[in-house]
Design a binder for this molecule. Structure first.
Ligand code: SAM
Length: 495
């Protein structure tokens, strides 16, 4: 079992439980309560990354407590699949027969015992205290019994005990705490993008699933023309990224406290997303194409922030389109500084709340460069969104597929002859990536596929390593340290 920071680390000697009734905590301690609150909010549909900062503010947790509560909550959500298998054995019943609130309390207790270096007595004591506070005295017997049984084995022993015999996808799913359908889809993606062969796919798949469980280093983008990477790095505990010309890697600290992030000159952004925007800006277009760029699926505005900055440097305008009003408002807020800068330069950075599928008909041939960063399952960004793997369903693909095809077809209509469309997803799923592109291209003869690999360059200007045979690019967390972004560059033939 590979050693990695977020892997549950409780592999030491068996821990004997726990405390006597008289010693037990009667009330929930604030960090555990905050983590429980997060789990309940996620069960109600909240996004962990957005909800946790709110809970931390509401409970006025200091930096150390906030870090502990976040590690406890996010680790528990990520490892929920493995922990539920442990709880089912320790409670001697399927987890579906445990009250959801008690189950969340148990998951938090199991993560403290198996995944964090919390001493067994403290984990049990605090978890029983939490159960009393949030569920009532009646739950404490079950919680105490399950934690006592859990503490009798190490993480490695539990993993061996609950992993289905016979290996393959079911075993990897439990061992790496992913739903089986996600493991199957990622396996197919590794093969479908020719990252792996039949001989190497199992090792690649294990490495990728392991990478999904490591909380990523925070990457920042220095928006071109607004702040330099050296200046941004100097303002934070950070260093310029070797892998992206506009990237900075945070060593520690809260990005929200960095002045350049607060005032919109910089932002948190995975380097894979930075490469997508940089590649679209760098690819050659015909001499006659309009100096007008379009971001067709812009919310919340991460890539639009880079594209708008690059468009202004290139003397072009940017239109950012987003169908959901509140996400369009986020794009407006992201682009405030760039909109003002564009006006001062006699150019335009504009945000529209609209359906991207209609732009091809409404504005045929109007744009020189178009980004379709399509709505997708997000299976390439599981490191970043602890709950996403449990929330997504295979049926989502059936809804997303037609939308992705319609958006790409519209983009190809909206781009001028000689102009380029970038189609990207933060998913490597073949049904959202190369199948979408090949289906749309089958119906047209006015598009050529551009090899995207030369446009992905590191900070020294060298092409990124391990980009495969092209023409599409598929990045991988376990290879490139980025989200699993897919990128296709499609040029409309000059008429
Ligand atoms: C993957 S996200 C885009 C992320 C964004 N490019 C960024 O870097 O921050 C896809 C976005 O497309 C939007 N969307 C979905 N359907 C759309 C449509 N028909 N037209 C325009 N936007 C759409 C979603 O609301 C979502 O905000």
């Amino acid at each position: 079992m590979p050693d990695r920071p977020d892997r549950p680390t409780g592999g030491g000697p068996r821990r004997r439980s726990v405390t006597t009734p008289a010693q037990r905590t009667r009330r929930a301690e604030p960090t555990r309560f905050a983590a429980f609150q997060l789990l309940r909010a996620v069960a109600d549909g909240a996004y962990a990354n957005l909800e946790m900062p709110r809970i931390i503010r509401q409970r006025a947790l200091g930096p150390r407590d906030a870090a502990f509560a976040t590690e406890l909550a996010f680790g528990t959500v990520r490892w929920q699949g493995l922990y539920d298998a442990v709880i089912a054995v320790a409670a001697d019943r399927p987890v579906e027969r445990i009250d959801p609130e008690i189950l969340d309390v148990l998951r938090l207790g199991v993560h403290q015992l198996l995944g964090m270096r919390v001493p067994a007595h403290a984990a049990a004591d605090q978890t029983v205290g939490l159960a009393r506070t949030v569920v009532g005295q009646g739950a404490s017997g079950l919680v105490n019994a399950v934690l006592r049984r859990t503490s009798e084995r190490s993480l490695e022993e539990w993993t061996e005990a609950v992993t289905p015999a016979g290996g393959g996808v079911p075993a990897l799913a439990v061992r790496h705490s992913h739903p089986e359908w996600v493991v199957t889809a990622i396996r197919a993606a590794l093969l479908g993008h020719a990252r792996a062969t039949a001989d190497t796919v199992d090792a690649e798949l294990s490495a990728l699933l392991a990478a999904d469980n490591v909380p990523p280093q925070v990457h920042l983008v220095a928006r071109p023309g607004l702040v330099g990477v050296d200046e941004l790095a100097a303002d934070a505990d950070a260093e310029p990224s070797p892998a992206s010309a506009v990237g900075v890697r945070l060593r520690s600290g809260d990005p929200g406290r960095i002045a350049a992030v607060r005032d919109g000159r910089a932002a948190v952004q995975d380097e894979g997303s930075q490469h997508v925007a940089l590649a679209l800006a760098a690819v050659e277009v015909g001499p006659e194409v309009p100096a007008r760029w379009l971001d067709m699926c812009a919310g919340p505005g991460g890539k639009a922030g880079v594209l708008a900055a690059l468009a202004l440097e290139a003397g072009a305008d940017l239109t950012a389109v987003e169908v959901t009003p509140h996400r369009a408002a986020l794009v407006r807020s992201t682009l405030t500084r760039l909109t003002a800068r564009a006006e001062a330069a006699g150019r335009s950075v504009e945000v529209r709340t609209a359906d991207g599928r209609e732009i091809g008909d409404d504005e045929p041939g109007r744009y020189g460069r178009v980004l379709v960063d399509a709505p997708c399952t997000g299976l390439g960004a599981l490191r970043r969104r602890p709950e996403a793997r449990w929330r997504r369903q295979p049926a989502d693909l059936a809804t997303l597929g037609p939308l992705q095809r319609a958006l790409l077809a519209s983009a190809l209509d909206a781009v001028a002859p000689g102009g380029v469309v970038a189609y990207s997803t933060c998913s490597p799923h073949v049904a959202e990536t190369r199948f979408v592109v090949s289906d749309v291209l089958k119906k047209r003869d006015d598009v050529e596929v551009v090899d995207a690999r030369p446009y992905l360059r590191d900070a020294a200007g060298e092409q990124l390593p391990e980009l495969g045979d092209g023409p599409y690019v598929q990045l991988w967390p376990h290879v490139h340290g980025t989200d699993a972004m897919f990128l296709a560059l499609l040029r409309k033939r000059p008429s």
